[in-house]
Write a protein that binds this ligand. Structure first.
Ligand SMILES: Cc1ncc(COP(=O)(O)O)c(C=O)c1O
Length: 457
């Protein structure tokens, strides 16, 4: 009997959690059980997926931003089938295949000023390349990064991570320097030391969903230019239309020297990362024939990833997804802003396009303070987790808390959503907020369950 994927999937159906507990990260099934997310999923299409009981769920997480074009998009699927059927000579390594050239051509066409592309397999790898390229091109050692920054979890990317909970236990890291997000004076102070290769920043921070203060990136760019240091925009999450522009740095009117992309470029199928940079930076890194492989990755530019990337970019254009992200983002954000006055627990709505943060805050009324304090005392961020849990259980909408120990929910739906999905979310959110503002009942019962789980972590 040969390999039979369908047979295996049918025979072992429902064993995922047990296998994870036994062979993978055993905390994953524990956490999912604690927050009530331990389900088995059967299929997915567009902005929805379906569980083993046939229930539909609305995906406002998009695989952490991977499913820009939605799940199982027929154009990506067909392109991958076509590629498999052509039996191409992939990863010969000693050749110059067509597909990476085509994808690079399409990417640089969207990024005036950037001329060259290095392909790899993930966002973190794209960041690693950016950090190495910046050091090599400038001949300087130090990278500046922002507090709360997230650029991936490999050792180099972790060295520019602005959150202790990720760094702890993995030191020593590279000697890079954290500066406050939005503070140009701190940036200039560090630049005066003369050893800074680059400043890396997410044009909208993923952790907590923070948009830079107006003019900050432009001022930072000016200071960097004066100091001969580079601006790296990490667009792994914000890129390919997420914020209502193809790249989020376009909102800021800056011209970065290096840009990283990944996630949505994959079409939701094949891992891929890309580091785009100016010509002179590549010329420094790959300065002679001897250095042809000085930074490289075996799978970088593989045909499946390149095909998925080309198909995704084509869908983004054909379906007007950048414009749709801007329009739907505006619709959700304005609907949510209307709710800030209605719900005292809702403190702020922020974001760009379809990258949206909802922040909760301490209620004014005594009636709600007890419940809020109970959750805060057990663990900061539990109120947001309670809302995420109720959106999921009561309304079948998948969202996430925007970072550890913060009462912020992040919305990251696929860029294909329409008004029906926006309405589904807004109605659901209002219902959960109504329940929470009653100060008792099923929402707070779930909160008490979360507190118990937090105490036994
Ligand atoms: C801005 C940013 N950079 C880098 C990464 C790392 O990407 P990956 O998980 O593909 O390594 C992420 C992942 O969330 C990200 O949001």
């Amino acid at each position: 009997m040969g390999f039979d994927l369908s047979g295996i999937l049918d025979a072992r159906h429902g064993e995922g959690s047990t296998l994870h507990a036994r062979y993978l990260n055993r905390q994953t099934p524990r956490v999912l059980h604690a927050i009530g997310f331990d389900k088995v999923y059967e299929g997915a299409e567009g902005a929805c997926f379906v569980d083993a009981d046939g229930e539909r769920y609305l995906d406002f997480l998009a695989g952490f931003g991977v499913f820009g074009v939605g799940r199982n998009h027929p154009v990506v699927r067909q392109a991958l089938h076509d590629l498999l059927d052509r039996r191409v000579a992939d990863m010969v390594q000693m050749d110059t295949p067509l597909l990476p050239g085509l994808l690079a051509e399409r990417l640089v066409a969207r990024a005036p000023g950037l001329d060259r592309v290095y392909f790899c397999n993930s966002g973190a790898e794209a960041v690693e390349a950016a950090l190495k390229f910046a050091r090599c091109a400038t001949g300087r050692p130090r990278i500046l990064y922002c507090d709360h920054a997230f650029h991936g979890l490999t050792a180099g990317a972790l060295s520019v991570n602005g959150a202790d909970e990720f760094r702890s236990g993995f030191e020593p890291l590279l000697p890079d320097t954290c500066i406050p997000f939005g503070d140009v004076e701190s940036l200039e102070r560090e630049l005066r030391r003369g050893d800074v290769a680059a400043f890396i920043i997410e044009p909208v921070q993923g952790k907590g969903v923070h948009v830079p203060p107006p003019g900050y990136l432009r001022d930072a760019e000016r200071s960097l230019r004066r100091a001969g240091a580079l601006l790296i925009c990490d667009e792994v999450q914000t890129g390919i239309g997420r914020t209502g522009r193809f790249f989020a740095y376009e909102h800021e009117g800056v011209d970065p020297d290096i840009v990283t992309v990944a996630k949505a470029l994959s079409g939701g199928y094949v891992p891929v990362g890309a580091t785009m940079a100016r010509q002179w930076i590549f010329d420094k890194v790959y300065s002679s024939m001897d250095r042809v492989l000085v930074h490289d990755s075996t799978f970088g530019g593989n045909a499946m990833a390149m095909t998925a990337g080309l198909a995704s970019l084509s869908i983004v254009d054909d379906e007007g997804l950048v414009e749709n992200a801007a329009r739907m983002g505006q619709l959700i954000q304005s609907g949510l802003r209307d709710l800030v006055a209605r719900y005292e627990l809702l403190a702020d709505v922020r974001g760009r396009g379809l990258m949206i943060g909802l922040e909760f805050g301490k209620p004014r009324s005594l009636r709600l303070r007890g419940g809020w304090s109970m959750l805060q005392t057990a663990r900061r961020g539990l109120f947001a987790q309670m809302v995420v849990g109720q959106l999921f259980q009561r309304h079948h909408i998948l969202t996430q808390v925007a970072g550890d120990h913060m009462d912020v929910i992040k919305l990251l739906p696929p860029l294909i959503i329409g008004e029906a999905e926006v309405r589904w979310f807004l109605d659901a959110f209002a219902d959960v907020m109504d329940q929470a503002h009653q100060g008792s009942g099923i929402v707070w019962d779930f909160g008490r369950t979360l507190v118990k789980q937090a105490l036994i972590r």
